[in-house]
Write a protein that binds this ligand. Structure first.
Ligand code: PLP
Length: 385
């Protein structure tokens, strides 16, 4: 869901493209980039979706013939496939998709590498499985192996939902986009690069002009910083989204709200769980993300559930993206207790309508979590009306 004020901000007439207000808006959005992911590195704005940011990350730091290690997950695998098109060799490390990627496995592989691996690609939160990887632990594995591979992380789902600390985690290149936790319609994405990544970049001779970091850093006009016409409406939308975040109390208040609404979701799923029906996809409770919850449906027909929810109750439930029948409940971005409790209650109503085997009411459990947070004043209704 996109906040009304973001839509209104984006719906304005086009301003002067040469001087004045638009330049100020662009500069204010650019100045926010480092603090979004807690880095002193360089941030770039891409007129394109998350796939474009993936390509900006790899085309600036890798050359044909290089090898990258993909820590397998639905979205990391796709990032790898798009990277392979440029003649980059992909090696995929597989692990249990229901758990965070094990750092020991990365350590083991890198110890046995004779310096051929140029980069490690992984996701922070995989939006298909809803697993949250521990990025600091993966970095430690690279360091413990004494390996100099760049660590590149996809934080597309997690930005604006979960804490991200690019520098202290030791991430070299981080990519994200505006349409998940940042509450702006799709179309703009971001890449951050630290000094190591920029140094690697300087030695890459065959790059992609549109995505080239050097051309953007050398830009003297804001038109060339965006490699052409900037995403004007999106810049206004982002400025408004940042102002909503500020009014809520900053990113830490936004993370706290996500944590509580995610816990409410998990309380509901826990209550619904039954041996033949609903269960969590992610095995370890502390690896369940605060952005989305993937729910296995067992004998409950996931397609029927989604179909009834959509056609008869007006709720779009996320499509399962794994091998097992599942649904995904989003809790990212513009949501608050009334909107999210509405979502959970509607799912429960459809489960009843389907005579699905459910353990107990999830609504009471979810309401309790939110009530406790209200009591402790750890949630604000925020600006998400
Ligand atoms: C949504 C998402 C993507 C893809 O983003 P696009 O804007 O569709 O290219 C990639 N990775 C993750 C983790 C995502 O959640």
């Amino acid at each position: 869901m996109i906040p009304e004020s973001v839509l209104v901000a984006m719906g304005r007439a086009m301003p002067d493209l040469y001087e004045g207000e638009l330049i100020e808006v662009a500069n204010s959005v650019r100045s926010r980039l480092p603090s979004l992911v807690d880095t002193t590195g360089q941030g770039f704005i891409v007129n394109g979706n998350g796939h474009a940011a993936w390509q900006m990350a790899t085309s600036n730091t890798l050359r044909a013939g290089d090898k990258v290690l993909v820590l397998s997950s639905r979205f990391a695998d796709t990032w790898g496939r798009f990277t392979a098109v440029s003649g980059i060799e992909i090696e995929t490390l597989e692990a249990d998709p229901r758990k965070p990627f094990p750092p020991e496995q990365l350590l083991e592989r890198l110890r046995n590498d004779n310096g051929t691996i140029a980069a490690v690609l992984c996701v922070h939160v995989d939006t298909a499985s809803s697993v949250r990887n521990n990025i600091a632990d993966l970095r430690r594995a690279i360091d413990d192996a004494g390996h100099d591979a760049l660590l590149m992380v996809d934080c597309i789902a997690s930005l604006g939902c979960e804490p991200i600390f690019m520098d202290s985690w030791g991430v070299d290149v981080l990519v994200s986009a505006c349409q998940k936790g940042l509450m702006v319609p799709p179309g703009v994405s971001f890449v951050w690069a630290n000094d190591r990544a920029l140094m690697t970049h300087a030695a890459i001779t065959e790059r992609v002009g549109y995505l080239d970091w050097s051309l953007r850093l050398e830009a003297t006009s804001f038109y060339s910083y965006f490699a052409g016409t900037p995403p004007v409406s999106h810049l206004y939308g982002l400025q408004e989204a940042f102002s909503l975040i500020d009014r809520e109390g900053g990113l830490s208040a936004v993370w706290a709200r996500h944590q509580i609404l995610a816990e409410a979701t998990r309380a509901a799923v826990q209550a619904w769980s039954s041996p033949k029906g609903i269960s969590f996809n992610v095995v370890d409770a502390d690896a369940r993300s605060n952005c989305v919850t993937t729910v296995r449906t067992g004998q409950v027909d996931a397609d029927r559930l989604r179909g009834r929810a959509r056609l008869e109750a007006g709720l779009v439930i996320g499509l399962g993206l794994g091998e097992e029948p599942s649904i995904r409940i989003a809790h990212m971005g513009h949501l608050n207790p009334p909107t999210h409790l509405g979502t959970l209650a509607t799912i429960e109503a459809v489960l009843y309508a389907e005579n699905a085997p459910i353990g107990a009411s999830g609504i009471q459990a979810a309401t309790q979590v939110i009530g406790d947070a209200l009591k402790a004043r750890t949630i604000t209704s925020g600006s998400s009306g």
